[in-house]
Each structure stands twice: as structure tokens, then as C-alpha cells.
Ligand binder design. Sequence first.
Ligand SMILES: Nc1nc2c(c(=O)[nH]1)N[C@H]1C(S)=C(S)[C@@H](COP(=O)(O)OP(=O)(O)OC[C@H]3O[C@@H](n4cnc5c(=O)[nH]c(N)nc54)[C@H](O)[C@@H]3O)O[C@H]1N2
Ligand SMILES: Nc1nc2c(c(=O)[nH]1)N[C@H]1C(S)=C(S)[C@@H](COP(=O)(O)OP(=O)(O)OC[C@H]3O[C@@H](n4cnc5c(=O)[nH]c(N)nc54)[C@H](O)[C@@H]3O)O[C@H]1N2
Ligand code: SF4
Ligand SMILES: [Mo]
Length: 901
Amino acid sequence: MQSQLINRQSSVKDQGIVQSTCAYCGVGCGVDITLSQGKASTLKGTPEHPANFGRLCVKGTHLLETIDLTDRLLVPLVNDNEVCWQDAIDTVATKFKGIINEHGPDAVAFYVSGQMLTEDYYVANKLMKGFIGSGNIDTNSRLCMSSAVSAYKRAFGEDIVPCSYTDLENTDLLVLTGSNAAWTHPVLFQRIERAKQINPNFKVVVVDPRVSATAATADLHLPIKPGTDTALFNGLLNYLLEHDGLDNEYIRQSTEGFTNCMSECSAWTLDKVSNFCAIETKILIQFYQCFLASDKVVTMYSMGINQSTSGVDKCQSIINVHLATGKIGKEGCGPFSITGQPNAMGGREVGGLANQLAAHMEIENEQHRDLVQTFWQSPCIAEKQGAKAVDLFDQIHSGKIKAIWIMATNPLVSLPDNAKIIQAMEQCEFVVVSDCVSSNDTLEFADVKLPATPWIEKNGTVTNSERRISRQRNSLMPAGQAKHDWEIISLVAQAMGYKGFDYNHPQQVFTEFASLSGYKNEGDNSRIFDISGLSALTENQYDLMQPVQWPINEKYPLGCKQLFANGEYATSSAKASFIAVTPKLPEQQINDTYPLSLNSGRYRDQWHTMTRTGKAAKLTQHLAKPFLSINPLDAKKANIENGDIVTVRSKVGEIIAPANITDEQTSGQCFMPIHWNKKFASNATISALYQSNVDPISGQPEAKYTGISVEKLSLAQYGDIFVSDEFAVNADYWLKTKTTFGWHYQMAHAEEKTVSQWTALFGLNGEWLSFENGNTKQLICLVNNKLVCAIYLSAERFSEPLWISEYFSKETVSFADIQLLLSGAAPSREQTSRKVCSCFNVSEYQIEQAIEQGCSSVTELGEQLKCGTNCGSCKPELQSIINSFDAEANDIIPIVEVVNG
Ligand SMILES: Nc1nc2c(c(=O)[nH]1)N[C@H]1C(S)=C(S)[C@@H](COP(=O)(O)OP(=O)(O)OC[C@H]3O[C@@H](n4cnc5c(=O)[nH]c(N)nc54)[C@H](O)[C@@H]3O)O[C@H]1N2
Ligand SMILES: Nc1nc2c(c(=O)[nH]1)N[C@H]1C(S)=C(S)[C@@H](COP(=O)(O)OP(=O)(O)OC[C@H]3O[C@@H](n4cnc5c(=O)[nH]c(N)nc54)[C@H](O)[C@@H]3O)O[C@H]1N2
Ligand code: SF4
Ligand SMILES: [Mo]
């Protein structure tokens, strides 16, 4: 046994540049990491990487702030006791084997992630489907793009993204629907913005129920009623038919099912769409005419489309329009589902979803099963689909699945119906979690905690949204006893007695996978996904591999950018399928008890459950709170003022968050970010509010719509605390944020606490000074005249004196400083203003001043203040601030003249 635990780490260099890929989103930007004396010292965008050409967004720019060892899981733990790897591996293998022997293979499951590398993902899938013999491996990508996958398969016969990033730059019209790309795919968005500057005829239409950062900069924004996209696109197809906008030749030659599809779409007249989508006919016509007038159109879509109980149909309605107009398979055209996670696409390739096999093969297809089993020389092969994410946790809840291994995802935050997930985990017989951090909401339930290497230590490949495979190269050696995910899975597989897992390097895993993709890839078994051109890479060639778009095989030795160029698809008839889709509203509806709807999504500077971005002070400066955004009318009805702490209730749960009153929300609709969880807030896990309704085809949960009620929480005392170290917090409401010097806590109590109760929280041996004025109290603690803690108490609301942070950097504070700190005096707006540009610390106040003094463009602001000149993530917001100074510029500018009704 011991001999398996040889050192399998790829060595790293001490000096020089390591080229890798950003850890975050599906854009897949290349990064150059400079090493000096074995440390990662700087990080820049790779100038020649085709995803970003040197650009990085704010998250990518600050990646190195997230790699320190605080909070890292560095040793294996069984029942929270430190054990050696051998014991940890044996514990997992023995327990899994035992449960499989007693209850069969479907009594165990893996829940994995689009943040694993292709090599990790491939090995996990191989173990579950080929050796354990169950389909029970699913992934957080189920919550992300499984609807897009199902729709591509239905339409094209295979899960193929037909577009590339350059299509976004070389188009006439870009329709962004259900995507807030300005914040979620920022580097792509910058490429789009630049293309718009070069080509003044390039238009961007944004379809989103709220005024997102992306919508705010669009040529035309359609704030449709949530969940009504299918009607919008059915109506578009009908309009195009009526206005001679279809490509009949393409329909005849390359597609089938058009007549059936039109029988549904023809009912969607302008009036009907206008009513259903709650959009003025005038605006609808602008959009439809613009589509009609554009030779080239890309429709890019994301979570506002996929995360729905009719997500597959929504995607289909988009694909239908592109097929009917022949706007697909050529430059500047196509239905482009953009992936979220860095390796969501790699997961699709290896078959990481419970309903896939491997390398784009199907579980239901006997030939495919035989082919994969023969290739793997495996004892068995999953004969039926496994449980999809929501179902998988339901089966844990019901006791059918008795052991689960969770890797690189935090389902206790991200899966809907949080209360049910907690119950499922509480009663699960055996829970294994592989993660890089020592604590998160999911690790709380782990019997075995396995330390995985994080991004900076990982070595392998990822595939981005445009099918481009890039190398992620390790800059640092694994810290502590951390191991790579593929290695941990292989060790468990070997300990379970399986052959075929004796890998020593990710190159061996990758080339095996590449061979499988080309294995018997012909005739009835042929698949477009084929990277067999990479199957003979040596370790050295693998190390040097350059970014390349699949397929990569004999036909396309250098990769392939444009698929479906000849109008032939992967179906048996070689024709793409139209699918007739009937619009359906979200299943979780509003009612008298829960009269408002809740939408959810992302902030610009945070990533998912904040295990990484929550550590970087630079990334908490933009928006540091889980606000519930609500329209002024709805707030007034509920007697809520801006900043009030409110209880948000739904049929299945409740959470607490500050209210942000804003016109960006349509009345009746609220929005909240997904990021906060029990590590960062008392009760702000938004998944507590969503029920687990799923799309019947893809199994993707509805995560953008549910009915809620909102009520002001009655609190007697609010405290803002600034302190260098974390402490055990306990309050009716609290929130924790990383700052440059330490932490900022907000704590509020329903009943007032005494001063000594507050100061006792920290056990500080210093000198406490206090001052009281009216309803507020200020307490500061000095050790040798250095500020170590400051508490600002109020009976009314949080005072948020963020300006005091600069006093923490002083070695000693002066008498005048102490007077100011104790006065709690309202500082100038200059000191309290929110940071808009995180790279150069430029505040909203400075920007407004510059605009007042004559700056009238983002470029001019950049020249004067530097804001927006590094990563550019704040550019959309800079434009919005400029627009808000000019009331007229705020109106939506019609992009085409309305010539007829
Ligand atoms: N900063 C940041 N970037 C990220 C991530 C992150 O955590 N932080 N995560 C990555 C991941 S994994 C993903 S999946 C992507 C997600 O990327 P996006 O899908 O762009 O992000 P979201 O904010 O989830 O949702 C997008 C928009 O859908 C809108 N929407 C809601 N309902 C509807 C509807 O019915 N119709 C339409 N048309 N729109 C609707 C929302 O208002 C929201 O503005 O982001 C990736 N990039
Ligand atoms: N209501 C609502 N819910 C949503 C969404 C929404 O828009 N609205 N979006 C959904 C979407 S699109 C997504 S993608 C999910 C994301 O949700 P999750 O996947 O749950 O979120 P992450 O924070 O990315 O979790 C990743 C975990 O893996 C760890 N980790 C990072 N790298 C590695 C690694 O290399 N190996 C291992 N073993 N661990 C690692 C991190 O520390 C972290 O704990 O949330 C979904 N949930
Ligand atoms: S856009 Fe930003 S988060 Fe996404 S890959 Fe590029 S740098 Fe990373
Ligand atoms: Mo995602």
C-alpha cells in the first residue's frame, strides 16, 4: 500500500514566468505568474493568450491575494482527527466498498465541480461509471449550464458550442439575454465594448428583468417579466417569418422540424408577446427590426436563461431563431451559451454529468457503453443515468444514497432548499469532502476532510467557453500535505482494488482521455468531440501545450474554430432539429403571502461562496454586503428605509439582509447576490429561499425566481467593529468583511448589550476609551498607543465608519486622532465614499468630482484618475455614473427607427 504514496508532484521552478489560466470564470484568461525565489510575486494577463490578449478583470488581477495559507486545509482529517494519508485513503475506500457490497453501487455518489481540472474530472467519472458501476456522479454544473447542454444536444445531436469569442467582436448585433457579462465575464465584455468602438454599427441588446451593469450600457434594454424569454424568441421567429427574414434555403437543406416549430411560434403575435413579457410593443419592434436588419447576430446567454424550470426550452427558442435565419456556422453568428466556471466545458467533455458517459458518449447507447468499457478495461459500466444534483441530495435525504464524496463545490450554500440539504447531510452515513479550505458550510458535515491543492498548486488542463483547452500550470508545490484531486481519487480507486488508476502525472490522464475521445470514433459512433490529436503528447509536449480549440484530430490537427460551417450537424440525418417550445412561467410563483419575486446572481468582485475572493481586501471594497435590492414603491409599502435590516421569507426558509432601495429593480421584483453564507454572515444564504423545482429535461434547478415577503427586523443596538483578528461572533444579525488591516464586523442585537459585554468579546489587554453622544457610543482599544479595536454603537443603524481603517495602519495614534475616533464625527463624503475602481482605489466621490469639473467620458476619467485603466472591470459603472449626470443620456436610445407597427 505505502508504495502508492510516492511523490507525484510536478516540480516547479524557482524563478521565471509560469503561464497558467485564471482560476475563476469560463472566459479562461491566460495569466503569467512571475516567480522569484520560489514565491509567486506578480501576476499579469498573458499577452498572447487568445481568450484575453493580456487583459484581466478585477478578480483575475487580485488572484495572488487569495493564495496565502490562512484557512487552508493542509492535513487529512478523519472525524476531525489528524491522520496520515494512508489512513484517510483506507477509511474512504473501506467505507465505500462496504456500503457498495451491502447496498449496491447506487448507494454511493460523487458530487463534483466545474472547478476541477479535466484530469481530476476524468478520473472521478472513470471510477464511478466504469469501476463502481453507478451513474451517481453529478456536478455543480447541473446548477449552471445543464439546460444549455440539453438544448444543444436536442438541436445539434451533440453538445457543441458553435461559437468563438471572435464572433462576439465580428458581429452586427449582439443579443445578451440572462447574462450580466459586464460583471461575470468581464474580459469578454471589454472585448465587446472595444469592438463597438471600432464598429459604430455594432449594436448590443440586453434582455434582463433588472437594470444590471450590462443592461445599463446597452443600446437597447428589454426589461422583460422574469421567465418569459421563450415567448420573446418565439415572437421574434414569428416576426421574422412575417417580414421575410428567414433563410428558407438553410431551413430546407440543413434542418428539420420547422413546420412543427412554426405552428407554435405563429401564435406569438406582437400583442401576445408584449402582454406575456410585459414589454411595450414599441420596444419589442425595435429589437425585432434590429435582428431583421442585421446580417450577423450572436445571441449570448447564461444563468437568466438556464436556471429555470423551462431552461432547456428557453435555450431552444434561441437556437430555433438562429437556425431559421441561417445565422449559425459562420463568423459573427450563432447561439452562444457562455460557461460560468473555469472548467465547466471540460466537465462536459469527460462526461461529468450523471446523464453522460465520457467523451460525449451516451449511457443509454449500448455501443457507447461497450466502447468505453473496452477502452477502460473496466469490470463494469453504469447501465443507466445516475441521480442529478437535486435528486442526488433527495436520495441522500431518503437514505437511498448512504455515502457521498463532495469535491470542489460547496452545496450547503449553492443548492436550493438549504434546509433540506442540511437535513440530508445530517443523516448521511458517510460524508467525504475534498477542499482546499479548512472550513466552509459543507465541511461542517464531513466525516473525512481531504486537503486538495488549490489553483496555484494545480497542474492540468481546462476548457473555456469557446472550446479552447488551456494548460493550468502549477507555480507552487503543494502546501502541507495537500494532494491533487486526480491523485486523491486514484489512490482511493487503487485502495478499492481497481486497476487502471496508476497515474503518476496529469499528462498520463490527459493522453488517456484524448485517446478515448478518438477511440472507434467513426460511423454510428462518431462524435465531433475528438482530441485524439493530443493523445501522443509526451510529458514535455504536454508541459509546453498551447491553447487550442477542439476538435483536434487528423482532420483538424491545429484545432478548429468554426463548427457546422458546412451546415451538417451531429444528428443521424445530419440536419439540425427545430423544437417547438411553449412558454412556461416559473413554477415557484408569487402569491398573497409572498407577493414579491426574488432574483439572484453575482457581484462583480466576488466569486461564488467567497472561499477565495472573501480573503482579498481589494475585492470587498466595491460591494461588501449581501443587499436585498428592492424598488422604492415596494420598500415604501413595507415601511423599509435604505439600509434597514430586513427579514426575507419564502415558503421554505428565511434570511436576513440589509435593504438597498433602487430604481434598478422593477416594482414587484427583488434581487440578491448568491455569495454570502454562514462563514461571512449570520443568515444570508440565499439558497434557503429557493425550492428545488427543476427543469424536467435537464434537471437544472430554478434559481432566479421565487415568491418572498420582506419585513423590517426589529433591532435595538447596532455595532460596527474593526479588529485585526477574527473572533467568535454571536448576534441576532452579523456580517463579516475582510479589510486591509483585518476585519470589519457588523453586529446587531434585538436587546441592548452593555459596554462591558461588547468589550469582553475580544479579551484584549489594552486601554479602552469611550465616548457617548446621544444615541451613539464609540469605544476604542489602544495597546501601546496603537489602535487595535474600535466599536461604534448606535440605537438606530450601522454607522459604517469605514474611514477609520487608515488609523489601524498607524504605529501610534495622536491625541487628535483619539479625539476624532471617539467623536465618531461624520467624516466628509470624500472619506466615506464607496470605491468603484478597486485597482487604483478610486471612489465614487472622486469620480463625481471629476465629472463636475468636466470629464465626460470613461477615457477622460481614466486619464485623470487612472480608474478603469488596469483591469477595466469598473468601466461599465464609470459610464453609468457619467450617464446619471446627464438625465437625458439615461433614457434608452432607440437603435433603429420604427417604420411600421
Ligand atoms: N464576478 C463573478 N463572475 C462570475 C461568477 C461569480 O461568482 N462572480 N461565477 C461564474 C459562473 S459559475 C457563472 S454560471 C456565470 C454566471 O453569469 P451570469 O449568468 O451573467 O450571472 P448571474 O448574475 O447569475 O445572472 C445573469 C442575469 O440574469 C438575469 N435574469 C434573471 N432572470 C431572468 C430572466 O427570466 N430572463 C433573463 N433574460 N434574464 C434574467 C439576472 O437579473 C442577472 O442579471 O458567472 C461566472 N462569472
Ligand atoms: N440561488 C442561486 N443559486 C446558485 C446560483 C445562482 O445564480 N442563484 N448559481 C449556481 C451556479 S451557476 C454555480 S456554478 C454554483 C457555484 O456554487 P459552488 O460550487 O458551491 O461554489 P464555490 O464557492 O465555487 O465552491 C467551490 C468549493 O471548492 C473549493 N475548491 C476550489 N478549488 C478547488 C480544487 O481545486 N479542488 C478542491 N477539491 N476544492 C476546490 C473551494 O474552496 C470551495 O469550497 O452555485 C449555484 N447556485
Ligand atoms: S474574465 Fe476575469 S475572472 Fe474570468 S477568466 Fe478572465 S480574469 Fe479570470
Ligand atoms: Mo455557474
